[in-house]
Design a protein around this ligand. Structure first.
Ligand SMILES: Cc1ncc(COP(=O)(O)O)c(C=O)c1O
Length: 368
């Protein structure tokens, strides 16, 4: 393995990972079954996966094994009470074809925040970061180089107790699976501003990447899809007017020379790694970035007075997704995404960093 190009504790983390994670390689790669020119999102899985068990005290049995089913008891506590969290990260190839993972330490920190909120154990760095680096090293041929494609990395943790009483599980399973993926959306999206159903409340679990947040969003999303929308743009639960986020994305609104994105203070919004990156990139582009409460009324008013330029979602899976239509009650905000210069420059700058076309001054890439 090449040195991991990250400024902190890298050699100790990797040493511990190499010492503790047992590797069993596949004897039959499935790589030739994948059409890298026609990748869709999240359907194929790389040859290897990582698994580890928390026994109530420590993480054990860390292994990289051929991708396979997990055997889980019907009384598994995660299935019944929802102690389940996950992350989404991407690995890209640089210009010489070497894999790089984008900002995995941010996802590592968020994973452990989610774990804390859900009463689950923290995962150590050797297992999360070291495990990712070892996995990608082994499955480096699975990292696509085609435009708009990447290896989507999915670390997750579930309760593992075989017990159907309601209490926090004592044991847990951590795993990482990886999926060579194409674009999440292949065209600009239509969003419905949802003011009846609520995704998250202050004091709840909105800021955690907990499986239940997504489960709770399914029914309203099905209703929105039936009306022809791609996703919901959630608003706050008290006043039903302050923008929160979309299904799997944070949201940015460009009004004049300001880029506005909802602040994270209420704890109801997932602190997107892409969101943080886009804020920095927008700053580099000369925009004033405002992290603050923004109401749908403000967006409607900006549209009416001609200052609303662009609305886009940001997320690891979707990257930067242009919003072509934003509907709220009787208001239909139609936007001409062919004129999106801000979103376009953000994508270009982000992609250039993620694929090593420009120097990674921000230290965002972890080289494998
Ligand atoms: C609910 C939600 N909001 C926002 C995001 C964007 O976060 P990130 O940029 O870290 O992928 C995601 C995707 O992870 C998400 O699921």
């Amino acid at each position: 393995m090449m040195a991991v190009d990250y400024p902190t504790a890298k050699s100790t983390v990797m040493e511990e990972a190499l010492q503790k994670i047992k590797v069993t390689k596949t004897t039959k790669s499935r790589l030739s079954e994948v059409d890298f020119n026609n990748l869709v999102f999240g359907k194929k899985y790389a040859d290897h996966m990582l698994v580890a068990d928390f026994d109530g005290k420590e993480w054990k049995n860390a292994q990289i094994i051929p991708f396979q089913n997990l055997s889980v008891s019907p009384s598994n506590a995660a299935w019944h009470y929802g102690q389940a969290i996950f992350e989404g990260i991407k690995a890209y190839n640089d210009q010489e074809g070497h894999p790089m993972i984008f900002r995995p330490h941010d996802n590592f920190a968020r994973f452990n925040k989610s774990a804390e909120r859900m009463g689950m154990p923290e995962v150590p760095e050797w297992l999360f970061i070291g495990g990712l680096a070892m996995l990608i090293d082994l499955d480096r041929a699975w990292v696509p180089s085609n435009e708009g494609c990447s290896l989507y990395l999915r670390p997750f943790m579930i309760a593992a107790d075989e017990f159907i009483g309601v209490r926090p599980s004592d044991t847990y399973k951590f795993a990482i699976i990886n999926s060579p993926s194409g674009p999440y959306f292949n065209k600009p999206i239509h969003l419905l501003v949802q003011d009846k159903y609520v995704r998250a409340f202050p004091g709840g679990v909105g800021y955690a990447k907990a499986a239940g947040n997504y489960g709770g969003a399914m029914y309203p999303t099905i209703q929105a899809r039936k009306q022809g929308y791609d996703q919901i743009l959630w608003v706050d639960g008290y006043e039903h007017k302050y923008l929160q986020e979309c299904g799997t994305m944070n949201v940015f609104v460009i009004i004049g020379n300001k880029a506005i994105t909802p602040d994270l203070d209420s704890g109801t919004i997932l602190a997107g790694v892409t969101r943080a990156s886009v804020m920095e990139v927008l700053g580099d582009m000369g925009f004033t970035v405002e992290e603050r409460a923004i109401s749908i009324d403000e967006v409607v008013a900006a549209h009416q007075n001609g200052t609303l330029r662009e609305v886009f979602g940001t997320g690891t899976a979707a990257s930067v997704a242009y919003v072509e239509e934003l509907d709220y009650q009787e208001h239909k905000i139609a936007l001409d995404t062919t004129k999106y210069t801000v979103g376009a420059e953000v994508i270009e700058r982000l992609d250039a960093i993620r694929t090593g076309k420009v120097a990674d001054d921000k230290g965002w890439n972890l080289r494998v």
